[in-house]
Design a protein around this ligand. Structure first.
Ligand SMILES: [Zn+2]
Length: 654
């Protein structure tokens, strides 16, 4: 379908579901390799990632666990057996992908040599027909592709993502060529008029779209589209999956284009919908787009935590029933929040609506960032919204999807800040950074300077030729527009009446708000300066009545950051406080380890129980709240995000 037809369809669909006006052209994110981050919030995190997190990933991958050794065993052909879990290859690839992004942010010849060394090992493990999987090649070569739940294609999808990232970061194509051989091998076996294949863990779909965009070879896009179309027809019967619960778990109950509800495993769902949105963006398939719009509403309106985390249930690492969002038992896998970032970016590019970036920002700064310690060497798998003090980050996991996933997200942050269409430039996230791009033949540059999220003061220096009009579009964050989340699952207790302000070259500018973006159109020229001030009041949040666990409770947010109270600032306790609706709260600049944060301070009633447990006193004391992503960095201790507003709702045990 032609692009015009796509947008005509989106316009009709948008009107039906109440979306604002859609843009006249397609939006293209500016890639990480064109963006230099240099702020005080993300830059140090990318440095920490390069100096500490990646070293931890490398140590775990090649020394502490057999993940990399399995590739060497394949190459040696000595009949050695596979060690570890059948999907461990994927962790090698994800670590490589994070290394690739990091090489752009933080050039490092030693790291690049390490990546090249790994790539040699991977290439040496590829079979003559293009197949590449250490588990089957070492243990069961006769059983290749006999069990769709065994992640052969999932592992390969991560290999493709890593190879594309490495090619974009370094220009080296050896790894990319390995992936092309693998994809051609897979394409020869599966597809229309060939064998059915319902992947047990979605990932290959989105990876194949990346391979298509890199190589321009149409067959990879066709294969991605076909993989999506395979779901929901019970083609998986006869293999491991015979139980309907398994098919719901992997979103295989209903064809993708007919899906309206989120089910099953959260990370599988995120990768599936990211892949579907990617295919829709390339082919204009409206069936995928309308399904995505329905499922997105189901996720955000009924099944998302305040932190942007999803997947409340630990038993299936995913979704249960609508509005079932317990706090202490929240699963909220780090990978699922990373997946929310991927999917929401695609939805933003498809629709031009800033609300997807609002959700992306919420998941990024809260649910995802919480997954990594401030020291860069420990990781959360689950990210609950309350803890009795037993939850702690760990150095690694048996199933180690989360560490490299948060690593690759932070390293690739440059992918999410800016985008463009043929009318101009979008600023989606406020990160001190610089980029250049070609806009309809005109070379333009933008430099953003800000301390966001510490405050909402943002300066943008524009360079352009001064001859052609184009739009600069600045996202007005939902939290600055009295919208906690699209759909209203959470609401601010008080209306914030302070509006953002914009000046262009020192003069106030009244910009139109279109699809959640302030749009400024002019003949931009070198030396133009835009100053955008977004007030960041302390905001109290209440949950809809249907969220039982959050009733008679409030949460706090300032800017994009959700806050929590943890024992480390409060005599070891976080569950004994009452937060009356009228308590006054003040900002308190402070540090959590070396992280500069704006803490929040209030004098609150606190329940004190004597050692015998037979006497309770209420005293007023100063209570400190800190940004949620910084909790549990000073030892394991109690924490909660939703605070009781009356004594009767204090639960000393959840
Ligand atoms: Zn994970």
């Amino acid at each position: 379908m032609q692009q015009k037809a796509i947008w005509a369809f989106i316009a009709i669909l948008s009107a039906e579901i109440g979306l604002a006006q859609v843009p006249a052209s397609k939006i293209e994110p500016i890639g990480f390799s064109s963006v230099t981050i240099n702020d005080a919030f993300w830059k140090p995190k990318q440095e920490l990632l390069a100096n500490t997190t990646l070293k931890a990933c490398i140590y775990q991958t090649e020394t502490a666990t057999p993940r990399l050794r399995n590739f060497q065993k394949v190459a040696r052909k000595k009949g050695e057996k596979h060690e570890g879990i059948f999907y461990d290859d994927s962790d090698v690839f994800k670590a490589l992908e994070a290394m690739a992004y990091s090489l752009k942010n933080h050039p490092d010849t030693t790291l690049e040599a390490k990546a090249d060394e790994w790539i040699e090992m991977i290439a040496a493990a590829q079979q003559p027909d293009g197949y590449l999987n250490t588990f089957y090649t070492l243990n069961e070569p006769q059983n290749r592709y006999t069990d769709m739940s065994m992640h052969e294609d999932y592992n390969a999808g991560h290999m493709i993502e890593a190879a594309v990232a490495y090619f974009n970061a370094t220009g080296k194509r050896k790894f990319l060529d390995v992936c092309i051989r693998w994809a051609n091998h897979f394409d020869a076996l599966f597809g229309p008029d060939k064998r059915h294949w319902v992947t047990g863990h979605q990932e290959l779909e989105l990876a194949l779209v990346k391979l298509y965009k890199t190589t321009k070879d149409q067959k990879y896009l066709t294969l991605a589209d076909w993989l999506l179309a395979e779901r929901g027809h019970r083609y998986a019967k006869g293999y491991t999956w015979t139980d309907w619960k398994d098919t719901a778990y992997a979103q295989d109950l209903v064809p993708v284009k007919q899906q309206s509800e989120i089910t099953g495993h959260a990370v599988r769902a995120m990768y599936l919908y990211t892949g579907a949105a990617d295919v829709a963006a390339q082919t204009g398939d409206t069936g995928y787009l309308s399904a995505m719009l329905r499922v997105w509403q189901d996720v955000v309106h009924r099944n998302m935590y305040l932190t942007g985390g999803i997947g409340s249930s630990g038993s299936n690492e995913g979704f249960s029933i609508d509005y079932d969002l317990p706090n202490e038992q929240a699963y909220c896998e780090t990978c699922a929040s990373v997946g929310m970032v991927f999917w929401n970016q695609r939805m933003n590019s498809l629709t031009g609506d800033a609300k997807y970036m609002d959700v992306l920002e919420r998941s990024l700064y809260n649910g995802a960032l919480d997954g990594l310690s401030l020291t860069g060497d420990k990781f959360f798998y689950g990210n609950p919204l309350a803890s009795n003090g037993k939850h702690a980050r760990r150095e690694w996991f048996g199933t180690a999807c989360c560490p490299a996933n948060i690593a690759r997200l932070i390293a690739s942050l440059g992918d999410y800040i800016y985008s463009k269409d043929n009318q101009g430039l979008y600023v989606n996230l406020y990160v001190g950074s610089e980029t250049k791009m070609n806009l309809n033949g005109q070379e333009i540059a933008i430099k953003t300077t800000t301390d966001y999220p510490l405050n909402g003061s943002i300066r943008m220096d524009i360079t352009a030729n001064g001859q052609n009009n184009f739009f600069l579009r600045l996202r007005k964050p939902g939290w600055s527009d009295n919208t906690v989340v699209p759909g209203g699952l959470y609401q601010f207790a008080l209306v914030n009446k302070t509006e953002p302000t914009i000046t262009v070259n020192g003069k106030p500018f009244k910009a139109m708000l279109i699809n959640g973006y302030y749009a400024i159109e002019r003949k931009w020229k070198k030396g133009d300066v835009v100053v955008y001030q977004i007030p960041m009041p302390i905001q109290r949040i209440q949950a809809q009545e249907v969220l039982k666990q959050d009733q008679q409770r409030i949460a706090l947010q300032r800017g994009p950051l959700v806050y929590c109270i943890e024992g480390a600032d409060n005599d070891g306790k976080a569950w004994n406080i009452v937060f009356p609706n009228n308590a006054s709260i003040v900002e308190k600049p402070m540090q959590v380890l070396t992280e500069k944060v704006i803490g929040l301070s209030a004098s609150l009633p606190s329940l004190q129980i004597n050692a015998a447990g037979d006497n309770v006193q209420t005293i007023y004391k100063e209570v400190i709240a800190i940004p949620y992503y910084t909790w549990c960095n000073r030892g394991s201790n109690q924490m909660q995000v939703w605070f009781p507003t009356t004594i009767k709702d204090v639960k000393l045990n959840y």
